[in-house]
Ligand binder design. Structure first.
Ligand code: NAD
Length: 502
């Protein structure tokens, strides 16, 4: 059996499969795989080894213009936008089945491209596939409304697709973030142009092959690999894109809002950064289990997670005991080869991000925080970019590591004495993406939950939830909601039809 057909289980299986992989590197426009018209390409590098994986088409304005033209044509033709939702459902379920069939390969592409452990990528695939299925299954069960009017009129409220949606996504969960965007946008009947991150384009291009095989009509789904300031910006400034759905940094999110204002006031849905507080009260049931969860909340995916529990707020009466337990848990979460199913953490996505994380650690020390563990690069003999779990105690909100999104495996621990103090510290952030609290006191849980200014609140868990729950932030963490049927609402327009009856 060839390495591509064997179900990989061991480290050696994944290595063999990686060796046998072939990459699609061209853009997908109007059902064809094409090079950028300029012939320019960019490198995509495996951060766990430093090896160049492939050179990928670097799209720019001409590719954006072509893709937008074809997307509009497809939308106007109506063979996706105006067909029965049950037909769109069938095509999307075919796509989900194909993703399921190729999930090991898709997971491997993400792991090679951006360094996350392959077991983690497999979890992402489950999330991505369930998202496509959820939206496919939901779309033919949504009804319009009839307004409560008198007999002399009929008021109908219809939901219609928006038109051309450009989805711009990041590298930390490449295929899962893609699915969260394209699932509802396609199900609602839009034509979708996907721009993956220049740091992780490979799974999106494989997905394009699967979409072709699933029989999505021409021009309904297209993929443009390339940089943000080139092809991303061309999409954002277009007069003929109706909606930008974005996941990425707050800084770029702000830019996209400006681009929408400078062009056609396209809808802009943003899922941006975070600096999420995780509150541990002394009354919680099992401090060992909570400490393991608190460590995983920051060290999962190398800390490159928008909802990383990067601010740990611990009641002072148990703080030192609790930190000791977090350090013990962190010891078991060391980085290793992402292809080894035993690795908890993998490599940092690229040298820029790696350097930025190490700079934050240096600033933490300079600003007077107490480095309890980690802080130095590791596994350098691999040629890859690895940073171990790093924990700072005695952090204050004024310090960079206490305030800014590090997007790496760096935990900042704060102490508090009262519930009120904990809530004030938790909310003292420009971000409002996620927050967690651990306690056995139901009155406290309800009081604190209501007052946390955050899109998600996790009670006695971190990052729980499935497709039924909306996901998004408040404040500078963004304004959109992925997942659940609420995300479908973002990709459709309300039309009010008032009929005068005689
Ligand atoms: P980023 O903002 O640098 O890039 C995100 C995407 O935007 C990429 O595809 C990039 O090419 C594109 N882009 C960059 N400049 C652009 C421009 N001028 N015009 C158009 N597009 C442009 O973010 P990143 O480094 O890829 O991802 C990390 C960030 O994403 C973190 O801040 C993280 O918190 C956030 N994130 C948020 C969520 C969420 O759901 N809230 C989920 C995952 C990641």
């Amino acid at each position: 059996m060839s390495a591509m057909h064997k179900v990989p289980e061991s480290h050696a299986d994944w290595q063999a499969m990686a060796g046998a992989l072939r990459f699609e590197t061209r853009a997908f426009i109007n059902d064809a795989f094409v090079d950028a018209s300029s012939g320019v390409t960019f490198e995509t590098v495996n951060p766990a080894t430093g090896d160049v994986l492939a050179r990928v088409a670097s799209c720019d304005a001409p590719e954006a213009e072509a893709a937008i033209r074809h997307a509009r044509q497809a939308f106007n033709t109506g063979n996706w936008s105006r067909i029965a939702p049950s037909e769109r459902k069938r095509a999307l379920l075919r796509l989900a089945d194909l993703m399921e069939c190729h999930k090991h390969e898709l997971a491997l592409l993400d792991t090679l491209d951006m360094g996350k452990p392959v077991t983690s990528s497999m979890g992402d695939m489950a999330g991505a596939i369930s998202c496509i299925r959820y939206n496919a299954e939901t779309i033919d069960k949504l009804y319009g409304e009839v307004a409560p009017t008198g007999e002399d009129s009929l008021g109908m409220i219809l939901r219609e697709p928006l038109g051309v949606v450009a989805s711009i996504v990041p590298w930390n969960f490449p295929l899962m973030m893609t699915a969260w965007k394209i699932g509802p946008a396609l199900a609602a009947g839009n034509s979708v142009i996907l721009k993956p991150s220049e740091k992780s384009p490979l799974s999106a291009l494989r997905l394009a092959q699967l979409a072709l095989e699933a029989g999505l009509p021409t021009g309904v789904f297209q993929v443009l690999p390339g940089y943000g300031h080139t092809v991303g910006q061309a999409l954002a400034l277009s007069m003929d894109v109706d909606c930008l759905s974005f996941t990425g940094s707050t800084q770029v999110g702000k830019l996209l809002m400006q681009f929408a204002g400078q062009s056609n006031l396209k809808r802009v849905y943003l899922e941006c950064g975070g600096k999420s507080p995780n509150l541990v009260f002394a009354d919680c049931k099992d401090l060992d289990a909570v400490a393991t969860n608190a460590a995983a909340a920051i060290f999962h995916n190398q800390g490159e997670v928008c909802i990383a529990g990067s601010r740990l707020l611990v009641e002072n009466s148990v703080r030192e005991t609790f930190i000791e337990k977090v350090l013990e848990a962190a010891e078991t979460m060391q980085p290793g080869d992402p292809l080894d199913p035993a690795s908890f953490m993998g490599a940092i996505v690229d040298r820029t991000q790696y350097q930025s994380i190490l700079d934050y650690i240096r600033r933490g020390v300079e600003e007077g925080a107490h480095l309890r563990v980690g802080g130095e690069a590791t596994n350098e003999e691999s040629g890859g970019l690895f940073i171990p779990p790093t924990v700072f105690d005695g952090v204050t909100p004024q310090m960079a590591i206490g305030r800014e999104e590090v997007f790496g495996p760096v935990l900042s621990v704060f102490g508090f004495d009262t519930e009120e103090e904990a809530i004030t510290m938790a909310n003292d952030s420009q971000y409002g993406l996620a927050a967690g609290l651990w306690s056995q006191d139901i009155d406290r849980i309800m009081r604190v939950t209501r007052r946390l200014h955050s899109g998600q609140v996790y009670v006695n868990n971190w990052a729980g939830g499935d497709m039924t729950m909306p996901f998004g932030g408040v404040k500078q963490s963004g304004n959109g909601r992925d997942k659940s049927h609420h995300s479908l609402e973002e990709y459709s327009e309300l039309k009010s039809v008032w009929m005068a009856l005689t």
